[in-house]
Design a protein around this ligand. Structure first.
Ligand code: SF4
Length: 302
């Protein structure tokens, strides 16, 4: 698959085994920025001990406002450390030993081929906690089908309705249609959310929507689409923590906070539509946490 990579909707067709890079910037090596216990996910994922986050380097979406831009861009080869399939499986086991409630794969799409081997290997070595696929939503259904039975919880973003803005901010004018098909497949695989007696999620799909400044109409369309298409088959996480941390000189409209009024309106709409999930209080903006991506917690190839 890596010799002619079509893992994501970019369909680059590059030979990553030969060191070629496509849109995401990843070659055949598994590069990871950080593996750590993380308290900033939804409560049913963070629990008391934290989610076992594995922050992968590179990204097939490349949003201009990315909070993790240190590891998501084409130049991410300067960050994190490389490992192999066995080292990735050991990284999962190490997080489990540290008390993680799940393995939270952050931006995993470009490594989906390696994950089809690493997850079964980790299970064989004793991994019992759920696997979370935490992605930008811009996924190929064919790639998701390869992961059927391996992923317990899907955690996709659902960012844009407008093709103008998905092109402007993520160079993906087809984002909405592609993401609807992808979430259809995720919901088919996981069915309705299951929460255990400790309040931890065991399986299901959580759709995240990060509100962007001045894009209230996209938020309204996204919430209506979720309600109409998946309803209570999914949880919704409505996020207001947008924090500019890249150079957005060319995108001055993004250099504003989400207003309390805009967020309150979206929360009201979410309640009106009968969607179940989480909203954030104002402190979420200052609490949002960007880790230091120095490769800590990653088990190297032996
Ligand atoms: S995973 Fe990377 S190389 Fe492969 S199709 Fe997507 S952007 Fe291109």
């Amino acid at each position: 698959m890596l010799e002619h990579c079509t893992l994501c909707p970019r369909l680059c067709g590059v030979n990553r085994e030969a060191g070629e890079h496509g849109f995401c910037g990843a070659d055949a090596r598994i590069r990871i920025g950080l593996a750590s216990l993380h308290q900033w996910e939804e409560p049913c994922l963070s629990g008391t001990n934290g989610a076992g986050t594995v922050f992968f380097c590179h990204c097939p979406l490349g949003c201009v406002y990315c909070q993790n831009h240190d590891i998501s861009g084409l130049d991410a080869d300067a960050s994190g450390i490389c490992t192999d399939i066995s080292g990735l499986a050991d990284t999962f086991l190490s997080l489990q030993q540290r008390g993680a409630h799940n393995i939270d794969l952050v931006t995993p799409t470009q490594y989906a081929a390696q994950l089809t081997q690493a997850i079964p290997l980790a299970r064989k070595r004793g991994l019992t906690i759920p696997i979370v696929y935490n992605c930008g939503g811009y996924e190929r259904v064919e790639t998701l089908r390869m992961l059927d039975g391996l992923i317990d919880i899907y955690l996709p973003d659902f960012k844009y309705y407008s093709s103008y803005y998905s092109e402007r901010y993520s160079r993906a004018p087809d984002y909405f249609d592609v993401t609807v098909d992808a979430i259809d497949e995720m919901v088919r695989q996981t069915a309705e959310p299951v929460i255990d007696a400790d309040g931890l999620m065991r399986s299901g799909t959580i759709i995240r929507h990060l509100m962007l400044p001045n894009l209230g109409s996209d938020t309204a369309h996204i919430l209506r689409t979720i309600a109409k298409r998946w309803g209570t088959e999914v949880f919704v996480s409505l996020m207001r923590q947008f924090t500019p941390c890249t150079d957005l000189t060319d995108y001055p409209e993004l250099l504003q906070p989400i207003t309390d009024e805009a967020y309150a309106e979206a929360c009201e709409q979410m309640a009106f539509l009968g969607l179940d999930g989480w909203t954030q209080d104002a402190e979420a903006i200052s609490e949002s946490f960007i880790p230091h991506f120095d490769g800590t917690g990653v088990c190297r190839a032996k």
